[in-house]
Write a protein that binds this ligand. Structure first.
Ligand SMILES: [Zn+2]
Length: 269
């Protein structure tokens, strides 16, 4: 009698435990996800396209072959975003876009307008740091061309067209509103002696090699690499550097992607 009641008690405990566990499983499986439907749908939508995020790091971006980086705040399609893609199929939204400009405390071409010797105000410290460290490494750099208004770009582009024809001009110059120079984030760099000025061979000079190997540490990328001509739709420009911030510049350097190739990953935050 004593044994039977003890067995009954054990059986009752087992049945009770099973019921509780079953109820918990049923609650978790059916009720809890249903309550979170909106979030779940958002997550699924972003996961169905190319997944670029690490699980649980919705604010990070991972380019192939690179360490994850923190997503930049804001909308990257805005003209003033540091990650704004500007190329032949992505013109600026505002043809008259003009950021706050400042002439950084570095060597510039004094025969150019103050605008063209200037960059976007907030990247001036990065330019100065890049140039100072280049100098320490033995390279006296100079800004050949910084900001260009749409009007100035039109002058450059029209000159190219009149001299070389439309097709050749399109390979080396951008139409107004389609130039990175108008963002104030791009600079054409040379040395003060202008050795190989705006020529391919600049990339083979000690200064060009130093820039190629180090600019990313200061937030700049070599925007039109030789091996990416088919993607950027621009001729190799060993002198044209674009500011995107240290995190993205490092990630692009590690991944080997151009900004154009990275753009789809940047749009998925
Ligand atoms: Zn340029």
């Amino acid at each position: 009698m004593k044994i039977r009641s003890k067995r009954s008690l054990i059986v009752l405990i087992c049945i009770g435990s099973c019921l509780v566990i079953g109820a918990l499983i049923a609650w978790y499986t059916f009720w809890r996800p249903a309550k979170n439907t909106p979030d779940t749908q958002v997550q699924s939508a972003s996961e169905t396209s190319e997944s670029v995020e690490e699980p649980g790091t919705s604010n990070s971006i991972k380019l192939p072959g690179a360490e994850p980086i923190a997503a930049l705040e804001g909308d990257y399609t805005q003209d003033d975003s540091l990650w704004r893609l500007v190329n032949k199929s992505h013109p600026l939204s505002d043809i008259d876009y003009r950021p706050n400009l400042i002439k950084p405390n570095v060597a510039t071409r004094s025969d150019k307008s103050l605008d063209e010797q200037s960059v976007r105000e907030d990247i001036a410290p990065a330019v100065e740091e890049l140039f100072a460290d280049a100098k320490t490494a033995g390279h006296e750099l100079e800004i050949g061309s910084g900001f260009r208004s749409a009007e100035l770009q039109n002058t450059y582009y029209s000159n190219y067209v009149s001299v070389y024809g439309q097709e050749a001009a399109d390979a080396v110059s951008a139409k107004p509103g389609y130039s990175e120079h108008q963002t104030g984030l791009a600079i054409d760099i040379s040395t003060v002696d202008r050795n190989c000025y705006l020529e391919d061979c600049f990339g083979e000079t000690p200064a060009g090699i130093w820039l190629r190997d180090n600019a990313h540490q200061y937030g700049f990328i070599l925007r039109y690499p030789l091996e990416k001509e088919g993607i950027t739709d621009f001729r190799y420009e060993s002198w044209h550097f674009r500011y995107v911030g240290k995190d993205l510049a490092n990630a692009l350097y590690q991944s080997g992607l151009s900004l154009d190739e990275a753009a789809p990953y940047l749009e998925q935050r």
